[in-house]
Design a protein around this ligand. Structure first.
Ligand code: SAH
Length: 222
């Protein structure tokens, strides 16, 4: 754990730059959100490490470099409305809230949704709404969205999610593949045209719910 005690915010920012993150707004958002507020107390000393950490209920807070990659790919502007599927700790939503006007984030696990909502409220991330529901098919009532970020592994990109993207350059970023490994995919929508790009290999916990993996299988493999 010697490395853990010495890993600072500056170390993380340097690592993100080395990993190819160039968007200064994204780096600024990472710097301004205190990640230690989103991890369990005993893991706080490791909060600035570039790694995923357990957050309880068998889930994890994503690795900062993966969060940064996804947020950078989403190409956010201050006027944007964003949907995040998989609130987890609320950390990703907090980062998004620094870069967009409004963030809607959906979490299927009641305890995590409750904790994240309370945490985000206490930390005054006032432009974030946490919903406890199955978000695997998005949240059409609040759409269309300028960006949709899926932070759990999905077997496919549901057409109903793409339908909630703004036709004016809306972007979806999602890990697509098997329960064990996925490719991070960026889809951009212009009218009826969809353009997609592969952003590299990743490993996320499985998406549950109607458009996710079978829940029993997902729990077993998780
Ligand atoms: N973005 C989170 C990390 C996500 S971990 C953070 O910054 O901490 C993936 C999360 O997706 C888990 O909390 C899991 O419970 C949630 N999840 C899985 N399936 C879901 C679904 N169908 N709808 C909403 N959330 C889901």
């Amino acid at each position: 754990m010697a490395k853990a005690a010495t890993c600072t915010k500056e170390d993380l920012l340097a690592e993100l730059r080395d990993a190819g993150i160039t968007d200064e707004r994204v780096l600024q958002a990472i710097a301004s959100v205190a990640r230690e507020q989103f991890v369990p107390l005993d893991l706080r000393p490791r909060a600035w490490e570039n790694c995923a950490l357990p957050i309880g209920d068998d889930q994890s807070i994503s690795q900062p470099s993966v969060v940064s990659n996804m947020v950078e790919a989403a190409g956010l502007a201050p006027s944007h409305r964003v949907l995040e599927i998989g609130t987890g700790s609320g950390y990703g939503a907090a980062i998004l809230s620094q870069l967009a006007r409004e963030v809607v984030t959906v979490e299927i696990r009641p305890i995590l949704a409750l904790e994240a909502a309370e945490r985000l409220r206490n930390l005054r991330f006032d432009n974030v709404t946490v919903l406890q529901a199955d978000g695997s098919l998005g949240w059409p009532a609040r759409g269309p969205y300028d960006a949709i970020l899926v932070t759990a592994a999905a077997p496919t990109i549901a057409a109903r999610l793409l339908a909630q993207l703004s036709p004016d350059g809306g972007r979806l970023v999602a890990p697509i593949g098997s329960m064990r490994r996925q490719q991070l995919v960026l889809v951009e929508r212009h009218g009826g045209t969809l353009r997609s790009r592969d952003l590299g290999g990743v490993r996320f916990v499985p998406l549950r719910g109607i458009a996710g993996f079978d829940p029993i299988e997902a729990e077993r493999r998780n």
